[in-house]
Design a protein around this ligand. Structure first.
Ligand SMILES: *[C@@H]1O[C@H](CO)[C@@H](O)[C@H](O)[C@H]1NC(C)=O
Ligand SMILES: *[C@@H]1O[C@H](CO)[C@@H](O)[C@H](O)[C@H]1NC(C)=O
Ligand SMILES: *[C@@H]1O[C@H](CO)[C@@H](O)[C@H](O)[C@H]1NC(C)=O
Ligand SMILES: *[C@@H]1O[C@H](CO)[C@@H](O)[C@H](O)[C@H]1NC(C)=O
Ligand SMILES: *[C@@H]1O[C@H](CO)[C@@H](O)[C@H](O)[C@H]1NC(C)=O
Ligand SMILES: *[C@@H]1O[C@H](CO)[C@@H](O)[C@H](O)[C@H]1NC(C)=O
Ligand SMILES: *[C@@H]1O[C@H](CO)[C@@H](O)[C@H](O)[C@H]1NC(C)=O
Ligand SMILES: *[C@@H]1O[C@H](CO)[C@@H](O)[C@H](O)[C@H]1NC(C)=O
Ligand SMILES: *[C@@H]1O[C@H](CO)[C@@H](O)[C@H](O)[C@H]1NC(C)=O
Length: 580
């Protein structure tokens, strides 16, 4: 996809006018860049789903929440006002937050939560950040407790007016947020119950597409298309705990981006998407005019799992005559089996990144190498865990045998920047404490006990990092979507079984690997990612299955300031929420 090289006579002609061009470019950027401002009132909303009225936490009385749209280069300003009964933070998932780590959002990592009204401190905080050099589909969600179950929305980054998509412009676009629905009056109680018993939280009651389960016609999202036109589908997996297969009956897709990073065009009739990930895909409305089901179904990588929920939406052709077509006339896509890891891995591993100007951007030299084994394990019950079986212990998750514990007194970022001791330590291990047969249950079971800690990996500004993410079989294997805040990374290789550097190196793609912010690491396998630590701050890396986060499947990178003012994190904004 290299851009054509200009003939040399043109280059000569351009040389003389390069100064003028530069000035024009700067001016255009000034004119282009806008401030996109929103106010998010977070509060109670009563909705009816599955025949039951329920109070949920939502933004501006909308579920899913409001769509935020900006262009590459814009400044986004969101005033969050907490009128809910819970602590709130908002994370701008996939936004690089260059020099604005204070606005990233994970509770106790980059900020203390915005308290509900009536706690003596302010119940507002303004998130302010630039979206520069980013285009595509991202999203925002609560990053405290399980509240992202209902506190989420789309964040769409369009090209600058002077720029274009690297694919034929679609006729129109549809955003589809895939989610999960709980019957429980409070998802916070779902998490609290899991914590108290030391076991996993229960399953949701249903999956949703744009907030609707679609189990009956009254609560089904509809999208209409005109025959012969091509649409850009922007998919977000906002579900808490499930990876999903996505299909539209009678239609196929060309994937053009994942996690707001352009990909080479990838043709498929099934999209696989893990919690935290996004996919942009073109869909041509070339089927016989009629009505077709859009379906999202659980993909289970755990052996013998049975939860198999499916959500539906309805795709209808505008020119379709028979508006009252009976339900039987609608066609359901044939979905992969619940445990079809081959299809899942085929999709996850099949994407490659689009090279804008033909030049690879993968760091070739690696300054820091890490091997991180991770998975579920067991820790002793905490004193507060009243319902926890003291013989069996509490479910825990760990990375290199550290089950991550959030600090309580202040956020990691505040501690790092104020030099406050005792909040965390800089000794996150770069390799597991013992080497073992990671993916064999027989050897792994003896390593079930994990330690707890708030340990981070410190990185110098601009160093290049390679992390091998190795799934373990300690308590069964599962595909975990690992999300890194503050960076896009290159996924240079992935595979099954134990990682062997010599064998794996042969499969490294250092030319056009896909870039992502969330990688679904194969169950019982590994993935290798690389990134450049060019963004000062404290950045969480964690499993985006919400059930695994409170159990400690996380760690953080602390990145130093660079040498110049434009590589240093400015001080926190004046309304940065205090902890006490
Ligand atoms: C919001 O809902 C919760 C849970 O139902 C309830 O306890 C609280 O009083 C409600 N708050 C407001 C302001 O209505
Ligand atoms: C965003 O960009 C503008 C214009 O370049 C700059 O003045 C501002 O400091 C940036 N804001 C942040 C939060 O980086
Ligand atoms: C959720 O509530 C609906 C309506 O009461 C019920 O039909 C369904 O079985 C419930 N699902 C779960 C998982 O509790
Ligand atoms: C799955 O079920 C089969 C048949 O019941 C059993 O042999 C196997 O041990 C189970 N696997 C796991 C990981 O539970
Ligand atoms: C998927 O599940 C089916 C039915 O439970 C089982 O027969 C099959 O072996 C499973 N496949 C894999 C790859 O685990
Ligand atoms: C606690 O766990 C042990 C070991 O798994 C089991 O034998 C015991 O029955 C459990 N106790 C309760 C009250 O569930
Ligand atoms: C992990 O930590 C626990 C608790 O400190 C310890 O008992 C266990 O031996 C450690 N495992 C390894 C493999 O070092
Ligand atoms: C960061 O590293 C890149 C590539 O090695 C280099 O081009 C760039 O100048 C460095 N930036 C700073 C601020 O050191
Ligand atoms: C809310 O956040 C504050 C810190 O700002 C913390 O002290 C408090 O325990 C949190 N409340 C809950 C219910 O987590």
């Amino acid at each position: 996809m290299a851009r054509p090289i200009r003939p040399s006579f043109l280059r000569l002609a351009y040389a003389n006018s390069s100064l003028i061009l530069l000035v024009i470019t700067c001016l255009t950027h000034l004119v282009d860049a806008a401030i996109v401002e929103h106010t998010f009132h977070v509060g109670n909303l009563t909705v009816e789903r599955l025949g039951q009225r329920q109070v949920i936490t939502a933004v501006n009385g909308q579920f899913p929440g409001p769509k935020v749209e900006a262009r590459d280069g814009d400044t986004i300003v969101v005033h969050v006002v907490n009128r809910s009964p819970y602590n709130i933070t908002i994370h701008w998932h996939g936004v690089l937050q260059r020099l604005s780590a204070w606005a990233d959002g994970p509770a106790m990592v980059t900020q203390c939560p915005i308290r509900p009204a009536g706690h003596g401190s302010s119940s507002t905080y303004t998130y302010r950040f630039n979206v520069t050099g980013q285009e595509g589909t991202l999203w925002w969600h609560a990053h405290v407790s399980f509240l992202r179950a209902t506190v989420y929305g789309a964040l769409l980054l369009h090209p600058r007016p002077s720029s274009r998509y690297p694919f034929p412009a679609p006729h129109a676009e549809h955003t589809l947020l895939l989610g999960e629905w709980w019957n429980a009056t409070s998802v916070v109680d779902v998490e609290r119950q899991a914590f108290l018993t030391g076991g996993p939280p229960g399953n949701s009651a249903a999956l949703t597409i744009n907030g609707m389960p679609g189990l009956d016609a009254h609560q089904m999202h509809q999208l209409s298309v005109a025959h012969g036109k091509t649409y850009l589908l922007r998919l977000v997996n906002a579900a808490l705990n499930y990876q999903l297969f996505f299909k539209v009956a009678g239609h196929a897709f060309t994937v053009v981006a994942a996690d707001a990073c352009y990909t080479d065009p990838y043709d498929t009739d099934v999209i696989v998407i893990a919690p935290g990930q996004t996919v942009d895909a073109l869909m041509h409305a070339g089927a016989a005019p009629g009505r077709y089901y859009v379906a999202a179904q659980v993909y289970q990588s755990i052996a013998n799992a049975t939860y198999s929920a499916t959500a539906r939406a309805l795709l209808r052709y505008e020119d379709e005559e028979d508006a009252a077509a009976p339900a039987e006339a609608m066609i359901m896509p044939s979905m992969p089996a619940l445990n079809d890891s081959e299809t899942a891995q085929g999709f996850y591993g099949g994407l490659t990144g689009l090279l804008w100007d033909g030049k690879p951007t993968v760091p070739r030299r690696v300054d820091t190498r890490m091997l991180v084994t991770y998975g579920m394990g067991i820790a002793p019950c905490a004193p507060a865990q009243t319902l926890c079986n003291r013989t069996r212990g509490s479910l825990a998750a760990s990375m290199n045998n550290v089950s991550f514990v959030l600090p309580e007194a202040m956020s990691l970022l505040e501690a790092a920047r104020s030099g406050s001791p005792g909040v965390y330590t800089r000794d996150f291990p770069v390799r597991p404490p013992v080497m073992f047969d990671f993916t064999s249950t027989a050897t792994a079971r003896s390593l079930v006990w994990t330690s707890k800690g708030t340990r981070v990996k410190a990185l110098r500004f601009n160093e290049t990092v390679e992390v091998v993410l190795q799934n373990t079989a300690v308590l069964g294997t599962e595909n975990h979507p690992l999300h890194l805040h503050g960076f896009n990374f290159h996924v240079i290789a992935q595979g099954g079984g134990n990682f062997h550097r010599r064998r794996a190196t042969r499969s490294y793609n250092l030319v056009n690997p896909q870039q992502r912010n969330t990688v679904a690491v194969p169950a019982g396998g590994w993935a290798v990612i690389r990134f450049t630590a060019n963004n000062p701050g404290v950045w969480l890396m964690h499993c985006h299955l919400e059930a695994h986060l409170p159990f400690g499947l996380a760690m953080a990178f602390e990145v130093d300031d660079g040498p110049t003012p434009d590589t240093m994190l400015p001080p926190p904004p004046p309304d940065y929420p205090p902890c006490s």
